[in-house]
Design a protein around this ligand. Structure first.
Ligand code: SF4
Ligand code: SF4
Length: 434
């Protein structure tokens, strides 16, 4: 694609990067076929190619974002299916990240939208606040339908509907785990505690620590780490996202210096994609660029790391698992085979739903802020999953688990919970009665 930036504009390294990305796009439109919003809405401006044109126009002209570009960029899920499809290697992720930061800096959103986004940014990344909000949501749940009828209050109605009816007991940070007695030590890792996941489903990290220590891996739980920053990063709140990133880089750097780390294990793939990008996010910060790149290099999805441990093959269990491949895992991190191979080797019958490349509509805060499109994508996903006739659904991201779980009665568990169970751990709580 031809671009027309001035030399002055290109002096800004971020604009120069955006220009490089734009120039790679050859307008072929292959990406439109796999874009969930284009497939759902049929509007070119809600396709990757359409959004790329809008971003190009905004940046080249150096103008503030307007209502039209905000509408179409807000509708983008950041699912990155377009990057998997694109034959030219267009780095849409960093282009849309740049556009979102530009929007946040130059566009004044309507009051209700500002308030909603402000509340989400102030609550979701902080476990204590999130837990308190979910407790309140249980009281407000009967009013969800009413709220959804008022356009400005629709996100709060969506939030109430997504809130779990039963909140798990408060969990402590994952306890550091030593390798089980008599098992040779195979490595040392740190585990990301995270923010929303331990509130919604503390069993995921508990299963991870149990499984890894049984396999001979020491699991450290560094003090001082917290939200990865993904939720606010996708809202264009750059400074807040970078603050979260720096805090985690500091915590993990201390842990690397204390005892060395073979990997930083992440059990929520949405977080994993962002942590693997810390090196890029902090590239212009001389105090953090190198440390952040080291942290990104160590970040591994739990299934990626487990694949290196050569787990034994187990007998078939006769349990059919529909594996939902989270966008952040398959498109963001290109981890596609590891979870399915691990589950199959552990004796589960793995089925892959049709249209596995399409997002379930969760996408961070998307199911709150864009609830109508999100509902359409959820219905499509749940229908495709149901067609595989599974007994249980497995996924590697708490956002997808919550989203899909709100549309089906089937149990939805994390891949690692099934693996922990298969290799001698506890039966996942959600399967306790099945
Ligand atoms: S990230 Fe997803 S929703 Fe956004 S343009 Fe790409 S395919 Fe479409
Ligand atoms: S597939 Fe790639 S090159 Fe083709 S229009 Fe989409 S982003 Fe551009």
């Amino acid at each position: 694609m031809q671009t027309n930036f001035t030399a002055e504009q290109l002096a800004d390294p971020r604009v120069a990067e955006a220009e490089n990305i734009l120039r790679k796009c050859v307008h072929c439109g292959f990406c439109t076929a796999t874009c969930p919003t284009y497939v759902t809405l049929g509007n070119e401006l809600d396709s990757p190619r359409g959004r790329i044109y809008l971003i190009k126009d905004m940046l080249e002209n150096g103008r503030p974002a307007d209502e039209q570009i905000v509408r179409h960029i807000d509708r983008c899920l950041s699912c990155l299916a377009c990057m998997t499809t694109c034959p030219s290697g267009v780095d849409y992720m960093h282009l849309v990240d740049h556009a979102r930061i530009h929007i946040e800096k130059t566009y004044r959103r309507p009051l209700a939208n500002r308030l909603t986004r402000g509340v989400l940014a102030m609550v979701l990344p902080y476990p204590a606040r999130f837990r308190f909000a979910l407790t309140l949501a249980r009281i407000g749940r009967p009013f969800a339908g009413l709220l959804k009828r008022v356009p400005q209050l629709k996100p709060f109605g969506a939030m109430l509907e997504l809130a779990p009816r039963v909140l798990p007991a408060k969990a402590a940070s994952p306890a550091p785990g030593e390798p089980s007695a008599g098992v040779p030590k195979r490595g040392r890792v740190a585990i990301l505690a995270g923010c929303a996941q331990p509130v919604l489903d503390p069993g995921i990290n508990e299963a991870t620590v149990r499984l890894l220590t049984r396999l001979g891996v020491e699991v450290a739980s560094p003090q001082g780490e917290g939200c990865c920053g993904a939720l606010v990063h996708h809202m264009g709140r750059e400074e807040q996202a970078l603050d979260f990133a720096r805090r985690n880089v500091d915590a993990w750097t201390r842990e690397i210096e204390r005892g060395g780390l073979d990997a930083i294990i992440i059990t929520a793939s949405g977080c994993g994609t962002t942590i693997k990008d810390y090196g890029h996010m902090l590239r212009l910060d001389p105090a953090y660029a190198e440390k952040a790149a080291r942290v990104s290099g160590l970040a591994k999805d739990v299934t990626e790391y487990l694949s290196t441990l050569e787990l034994p093959r187990l007998e078939a269990k006769g349990i059919v698992v529909a594996y939902h491949s989270a966008c952040s895992l398959q498109h963001g991190q290109k981890v596609t085979m590891a979870p399915k191979t691990l589950l199959a080797n552990a004796g589960f019958t793995v089925r892959e739903p049709a249209e596995g490349h399409l997002c379930c509509g969760s996408a961070g805060t998307y199911n709150i802020l864009q609830s109508e499109i999100s509902e359409m994508l959820k219905a499509r996903k749940v229908k495709n999953i149901a067609a595989t006739k599974p007994q249980v659904i497995a996924a590697g991201n708490i956002g997808c688990m919550t989203q899909i779980g709100s549309g089906t009665d089937l149990p939805v568990v994390h891949t690692v919970e099934l693996l922990d169970w298969a290799y001698g751990g506890e039966r996942p709580r959600k399967l306790a009665k099945s």
